[in-house]
Design a binder for this molecule. Sequence first.
Ligand code: AHG
Ligand code: MN
Ligand code: MN
Length: 323
Amino acid sequence: MQYLSHQLQQSNTPPELASLLDVLAVACKDIAIRLQQGAMSGVLGSAGEENVQGETQKKLDVISNDLLKDYLLASGTVRALASEEEQSIVAGHDKGGYLVAFDPLDGSSNIDINSMVGTIFSIFEAPATDTVSEQDFLQPGRHQVAAGYVLYGPSVMLVLSTGDGVQMYTLDQSAGDFVLTVEQVTIAEDTQEFAINMSNQRYWAEPMQRYIADLLAGSEGPRKKNFNMRWVAAMVADVHRILCRGGLFTYPWDNREPNKPGKLRLMYEANPMAMLVEQAGGSAYTDAGPILDIQPEQIHQRVPVILGATNEVAICVDYHHKS
Ligand code: AHG
Ligand code: MN
Ligand code: MN
């Protein structure tokens, strides 16, 4: 059996990064315990507050955010952190080597129905300067030194890339540690499965309308093959399915709120998932170009997301170029 810390040592992960990843894993095991206790520990339901995203926070959004913050800030490895649930960046240890951005609980509308949720994280090297500011986080996702997520499902799984492919670990509850269960994840280039929230159809741009209409037309349409559809309403679970069995996932641009060009957040959702998907041989685009090449303008920025099977992502992006 190959445990996380042993695997990180073997793959020559810098010791401080390995120690940060170990702390993240411990924090997520703690979140998993709260989720498993569910209604028994009074953690379900709304916290009654709005976050900086203008969304109502669930109690577990707040609990997960506080747990991650406490563990990361105590670790000594984190110079500063940015969270979907925090208005501004939070300074950490002066000598910490890394910046961490995270979505403490993704898919939080699934909490109260005992369905899948996850924690998503993105790690950059800290700047060499004495001070740290929000500006230091505003670098393209291409600069991430590690990214991943923990999926709280029937098994608790850690999916991680440190720039050398994607590995999957499963939490061995009896040992209390993550065991390497998939050494190298690969996404097939082609697919007949897509994931989108169809209820937003009338808000999409015209190229996305046409692309999805052609998928739905199946073997009688221009694509000449049938497509299946899945939607978990937690990006972490939809991307996990794509890493396991392929597919295309999109949360496209829509015209519901003109100042939000999409629902998903670049720093906490799109960048880390784009790194995993590219490292597994897939593609991750907005309707204009690769997600990992975006120069962020602010930490809570939102972007359209189209990711998964390389050939299918290219076809979808092509509809946008031709229009
Ligand atoms: P979060 O719970 O962190 O706010 O993220 C939810 C996101 C993402 O996980 C998911 O793909 C999408 O919102 C679901 O949106 P719909 O409610 O439109 O299905
Ligand atoms: Mn999220
Ligand atoms: Mn969230």
